[in-house]
Each structure stands twice: as structure tokens, then as C-alpha cells.
Design a protein around this ligand. Structure first.
Ligand code: GLA
Length: 394
């Protein structure tokens, strides 16, 4: 089922009205920060590798106005819950876990020397939660940009993404890489973002005309995802530790080539070797996908999507029966170049590249074929590469 989306201008208008009703004055700023879908480069960011996400047209809206004291008053419109804290004394909230994103972001910005001003805040999101579309990164980046703008503070966007990532680590307790916050901060309309997760240098790569990005939510959420994510991270670290005696210059799997792995793979336990093989081959696939996108060779990009999915399924073992069923259903669909699981895996979404002139038929096919295979309902979004965080103009 394709989901109806409220027009962006309507969402901004109703947020402004809600803010005025609640706080008795108009917001001074309304910020928009997008979720993301990763085209390719999965589980490479925390290995200092390459990723190629796009920001999507699903986002968090954050309305705020300054206060005369140092308090932040937060209203989560979607939950209709509120939270309040002092900027001079920020800690995690056990009672309201949703508020830890804004609390963490404010704490990390201040720890980097930014002088923040107290604020009344109302925010709302249409990024599906827990689907692997980085709803939490969007909340963090919206808050960072909002707090900084309101306080008249300047910050480099890559540094802002790092502060948000640290907030996620320390306040939400999720040991994520840098991809999600980075793309929400630096996305560009109609472009994917090639990020070198070691140097944090990046390049916007145009998405060829005539192709659509289709995100399909399996509807399955796995509580396992968090603990398995940690296990994968430590297996990657183990691979580096075990390879260092023969490859002393390596610091991360980013530095290991396919030839290195072939030569020295026997030093690794089988499971660790497969994890490493995924990361090493996936880094190469990102660079190959960028080259193919530049040449407009979508068939090649599609092949790389399929290889990525197989590697995530067989070597990294982060797929699920539903994700595999969705990818198989997508591949049989009209106009599909390729499909793969996207995000951390275990549940959540797939991403497919589809010919623009076949996209309606593709969505109808995917919805039907996924239901036939699994008995479940998919939620399918045809999305486009959107801009990163900024002021909402509508
Ligand atoms: C999650 C993390 C990212 C990245 C992906 C897997 O989305 O937040 O940093 O590691 O998983 O590619």
C-alpha cells in the first residue's frame, strides 16, 4: 500500500498553529531534517569505509522560540508528551526516553563550546520509527540545527553530525556509525552522498534521470537488531586485531584489500572471516556503484545492489526471511534494476532502483508479491533524494 503523505506546507502550517496554541506565541524558526535511505555501503561506516545514502522526503519538523531562562521545554506532538530540562544541568531521562535525543544533542553542542539559549520546542516526524530510515538521526539533526540557529551559533555540518552521533552513543545508548547523521545534515536534492567515513570527506553524486528510489517496509521490527549490531562491530574489530600481526599498517577493515583477505584469511575464525569479507567487498561495491552512476549504467548499479544483498544475507547474516522475500519480489517486478536490504538489517526496509516510467506497476507488483510470499502487508514509499537539514520554507 502506498502511503498518503500530508503536503509539506500543510505540516509546517499545522506545526506553527500547534506551537502557537501551546506556547501562546509564534515559533521563531521551523527546521526540517530528513530521514535517509542508504543506496549501498552497509555496515561499512563503523569500519572507516564508504557509504552512499540519500536523504529522503520524510522528515522531522522542529519549531522553536527563545525563552528568557536557560530551560528547554520540549513537546513531542506525535506522542503528546512533554519534557523540561535546564541547559546548565543536562542528564539522561529515564522517564521519557524520546527526550534523550534533544537532551543529548544540547549537551554535546555545549560540550563543544556552543552557547545555547533556552527554548520552547515542538516537534513532529513522519519518518517511520524503527524501519531503518534513521528517524532518530533526523530528530537529532533537527534539534542540533534548531538549537544552534536559535542561539545564533555557527557550526560546520560535518562537526554537527559528529555531535549528534555522540549524543546517540551516550544518551540513546546506540553505538551507531556516522552515516545517518551525516546524510541528514548534508544531503542534496537529486543526489546521493558518497561519504568517506574515515576522513569525513564527501561528494554529491547525481542520481540519473529516469530512475526512482523505492523503499519497501517489511513491517517486521526485530528487538535483536541492537545486540546483533554490537556483535557485528566487535567481530570486525576482532578481524582487524587478528590481521594486524601480518598487516601492521591496518587500523580498520577499510585498510584491508580483497587480496589481503585471500592471503591471510586463514588467521580468522570462519565467522569473523565472513564478516570481514562482507565489509571489504562492500567498500569496493560502493566505489563501483559511484562509477556506474556517473556513467548512467543503472544495470550495473542494480547488479551491485544484488551482490550487496547476498553478501549481507550470507556473510554478514543481517537479513531476514521477510527482507529476502521483499528483495526477491522486487527483482521480479517491472522496471527493477536491483534491490537490497537497507540500514542495519534484521527487519525494516529494502531499497529498489526502478525505472521511473514503470514505477506504478512496480509498486503494485511488489505489494501483491510480498503479500503472497509472506502473508504480510508491505508499506511502499516512492521517494526522491531530498536536501539535508535546513529551515522549512513553506
Ligand atoms: C545503522 C547505523 C549506521 C550504519 C547502518 C548499517 O543505520 O546507525 O551507522 O552502521 O546501521 O550500515
Amino acid at each position: 500500500m502506498e502511503q498518503a503523505v500530508t503536503l509539506p506546507s500543510q505540516r509546517v502550517k499545522s506545526l506553527r498553529q500547534a506551537f502557537e496554541r501551546r506556547f501562546g506565541r509564534a515559533p521563531e524558526i521551523i527546521v526540517r531534517a530528513p530521514g535517509r535511505v542508504n543506496l549501498i555501503g552497509e555496515h561499512t561506516d563503523y569500519n572507516d569505509g564508504f557509504v552512499l545514502p540519500v536523504a529522503i522526503d520524510r522528515d522531522v519538523l522542529f519549531a522553536a522560540a527563545r525563552r528568557n531562562d536557560d530551560r528547554v521545554h520540549l513537546w513531542a506532538i506525535d506522542l503528546d508528551e512533554e519534557d523540561e530540562f535546564a541547559l546548565s544541568d543536562i542528564s539522561r531521562s529515564e522517564a521519557r526516553p524520546w527526550a534523550n535525543y534533544q537532551r543529548g544533542v544540547a549537551a554535546m553542542l555545549q560540550a563543544r563550546g556552543h552557547k545555547l539559549i533556552g527554548a520552547d520546542v515542538a516537534f513532529s516526524s513522519n519518518v517511520p520509527i524503527g524501519a531503518g530510515l534513521s528517524s532518530s538521526a533526523a530528530v537529532e539533526v533537527a534539534a542540533a540545527f534548531g538549537f544552534l540557529s536559535l542561539s545564533g551559533e555557527e557550526m560546520d555540518r560535518a562537526q554537527m553530525a559528529l555531535a549528534c552521533q555522540q549524543a546517540e552513543h551516550e544518551y540513546a545508548g546506540v553505538p551507531c556509525g556516522i552515516m545517518d547523521q551525516f546524510i541528514s545534515a548534508l544531503g542534496k536534492e537529486d543526489h546521493a552522498l558518497l561519504i568517506d567515513c574515515r576522513s569525513l570527506t564527501y561528494e554529491h553524486i547525481p542520481i540519473p534521470e529516469g530512475v526512482r528510489i523505492v523503499v519497501a517496509d517489511t513491517g517486521v521490527r526485530r528487538a535483536l537488531a541492537g545486540s546483533e549490531y554490537r556483535v557485528r562491530r566487535s567481530q570486525c574489530e576482532e578481524a582487524v586485531r587478528l590481521l594486524q600481526p601480518v598487516l601492521p599498517e591496518i587500523r580498520a577493515l577499510r585498510d584491508v584489500s580483497e587480496a589481503d583477505l585471500e592471503r591471510h584469511g586463514h588467521l580468522l575464525p570462519e565467522i569473523v572471516w565472513r564478516r570481514a569479507r562482507h565489509v571489504v567487498s562492500e567498500n569496493q561495491r560502493v566505489l563501483d556503484a559511484v562509477a556506474a552512476l556517473r556513467q548512467g549504467d543503472l544495470a550495473r548499479v542494480g547488479e551491485l545492489f544484488m551482490a550487496s544483498h547476498r553478501s549481507l544475507r550470507d556473510d554478514y547474516e543481517v537479513s531476514s526471511p521477510e527482507l529476502d522475500a521483499m528483495v526477491e519480489a522486487a527483482m521480479e517486478g517491472p522496471g527493477c534494476f536491483g534491490a537490497r536490504l537497507t540500514g542495519a538489517g534484521f527487519g525494516g526496509c529494502t531499497v529498489s532502483l526502478v525505472r521511473a516510467d514503470r514505477v506504478e506497476d512496480f509498486v503494485a507488483h511488489l505489494t501483491r508479491a510480498y503479500r503472497e510470499r509472506t502473508g504480510r502487508e508491505a508499506t511502499v514509499y516512492v521517494t526522491r533524494a531530498a536536501d539535508g537539514v535546513g529551515m522549512a520554507t513553506a
